[in-house]
Design a binder for this molecule. Structure first.
Ligand SMILES: Cc1cc2nc3c(=O)[nH]c(=O)nc-3n(C[C@H](O)[C@H](O)[C@H](O)COP(=O)(O)OP(=O)(O)OC[C@H]3O[C@@H](n4cnc5c(N)ncnc54)[C@H](O)[C@@H]3O)c2cc1C
Length: 421
């Protein structure tokens, strides 16, 4: 079949879906491209929702992946506010949830992303309990932070992960009181381990954030629909006028599961299982972005990566694979964060238990350093904090798999490039 007779359907209009549509056209695909998303906004990027946009420093218009006119100009048929509720793999159709319209596909990309996990405790239905995933959530939260700041109000954040900490920083900039409740012993424990998590705890304490580690929320106390306080499992009560549940996200695999596609096991983060070409257990269906679990030979594991760069690169890779191009999706996982005056990038994968030492190059006390997670002399991951233009050499070191001299690794005078060979 020639390209022009083919229909490629993309379900999910986040960064992965929008970049896949862009790539299909950039690669010269001349068939129909249909992009379907349950959100009403045009595809947008989420990182500003907990940073510049939440702080009122970035305009709403700046978050969109493409300007609205781009879709018509590139002949991408956009269906916004439309949920796909069924895939029929035999008929090769997807179904619109509201009116049952069937859309036929030759190739299908699932880029359905992830959704915030909900707290399962009394009081979560109160109006002052928030989540942060969508533009509308950020708009609402922005108003809440501004009014907490004005009234000396108190925000309690459940979860000291990336989103919890970024919102804590924004809330402090608005002047709100902030308490973070985290069951693990340090912030970001499952990514950074105990050694580096404390750098973030100290950063936030220095800006007036209170932490309670090793405890869980048991109840959100309210009156007349308003939040008054939260209770934790150590018997304490903490004042609260609003609560942000930032306890992670779950991949939106429901459609794929119902269609009988293979799902990765939870030990690997769940998600739709794809191969190195981002192809699911059905060769005509691909998956990319937060929802996809892909094999990464470099770490001899399967990974689901909930980060911007994975959507930015995974969407285009899936589009090329849909076009039959030969490729292996094997990028080193990468993400970034900005909190107060700290900017950080992290490359690699080194969960607690996978490394035997952390090597610091620079001054962790001054928050200007690179941390390396090392196992048997090999660098598994590197995090540069307020040090820039080192992502490539760090990723080269990780890819090379060479054993490095850890004294040289710690020495800022030894160029990183010289260690990778
Ligand atoms: C507040 C916030 C801040 C972040 N900050 C950073 C950061 O600083 N650095 C970083 O590296 N990463 C960050 N991330 C993560 C990054 O934004 C995500 O990894 C990225 O958005 C994933 O893109 P995606 O396209 O895979 O999924 P999504 O962006 O989730 O898009 C999926 C879309 O599909 C839609 N959808 C799902 N199911 C259906 C269906 N059945 N029918 C129709 N539509 C459907 C969803 O509603 C959604 O619009 C942040 C995320 C959030 C929420």
């Amino acid at each position: 079949m020639v390209d022009a007779d083919q229909t490629f359907v993309i379900v999910g209009g986040g960064l992965a879906g929008a970049k896949a549509a862009e790539t299909l056209r950039a690669e010269g695909f001349s068939g129909r491209v249909i992009l379907i998303c349950d959100e009403r906004d045009h595809p947008y990027e989420r990182p500003p929702l907990s940073k510049g946009y939440l702080l009122g420093k970035e305009e709403r218009d700046s978050v969109f992946v493409h300007e609205p006119a781009w879709y018509a100009r590139n002949d991408v048929e956009l269906h916004l506010g439309q949920t796909v509720d069924r895939i029929d793999r035999t008929a090769k159709t997807v179904r619109f949830g509201d009116d049952g319209t069937l859309v036929r596909y030759d190739k299908l990309l699932l880029a359905t992303g992830a959704e915030p996990r909900r707290l399962d405790i009394p009081g979560t239905g109160l109006a002052g309990v928030h989540h942060l995933r969508r533009l509308a959530h950020a708009e609402r939260l922005k108003g809440v932070l501004a009014s907490l700041g004005r009234d000396n109000g108190h925000l309690v954040i459940a979860g000291a992960g990336w989103i919890g900490l970024e919102v804590a920083a924004a809330a402090r900039e608005y002047g709100a009181e902030v308490t973070v409740i985290e069951p693990l012993p340090t912030p970001l424990h499952s990514v950074l381990g105990p050694e580096l998590g404390n750098v973030f705890a100290e950063l936030h304490r220095g800006h007036g954030v209170r932490f309670h580690f090793g405890v869980r929320l048991t109840e959100i106390v309210g009156q007349d629909g308003m939040v008054l306080a939260v209770r934790t499992d150590d018997g304490e009560e903490h004042p609260a006028h609003a609560v942000l549940a930032a306890i992670g996200a779950a991949p939106r695999t429901g459609l794929a599961e119902a269609a009988g596609l293979e799902i990765a096991d939870r030990a690997h983060g769940g998600g739709i299982a794809v191969d190195e070409r981002l192809r699911t257990s059905d060769p005509d269906i691909h998956a990319a972005g937060d929802v996809a679990s892909f094999p990464l030979a470099l770490f001899d594991t399967r990974l689901r990566v909930e980060h911007w760069a994975n959507a930015l690169n995974g969407g285009p890779a899936a589009a090329r694979a849909m076009l039959g191009r030969d490729l292996t999706y094997d990028r080193v996982p990468y993400f970034f964060t900005d909190q107060y005056d700290l900017g950080m990038e992290y490359s690699g994968w080194a969960p607690p238990g996978s490394y035997d030492e952390v090597v610091i190059r620079g001054d962790a006390g001054k928050r200007e350093f690179i941390a390396f997670w090392v196992k048997e002399g090999r660098v598994l991951a590197g995090m540069n904090v307020n040090v820039w233009d080192v992502t490539e050499p760090i990723q080269n070191l990780i890819r090379s798999g060479v054993r490095v001299n850890t004294e040289a690794l710690a020495d800022p005078h030894v160029p990183l490039d010289s260690l990778a060979s």
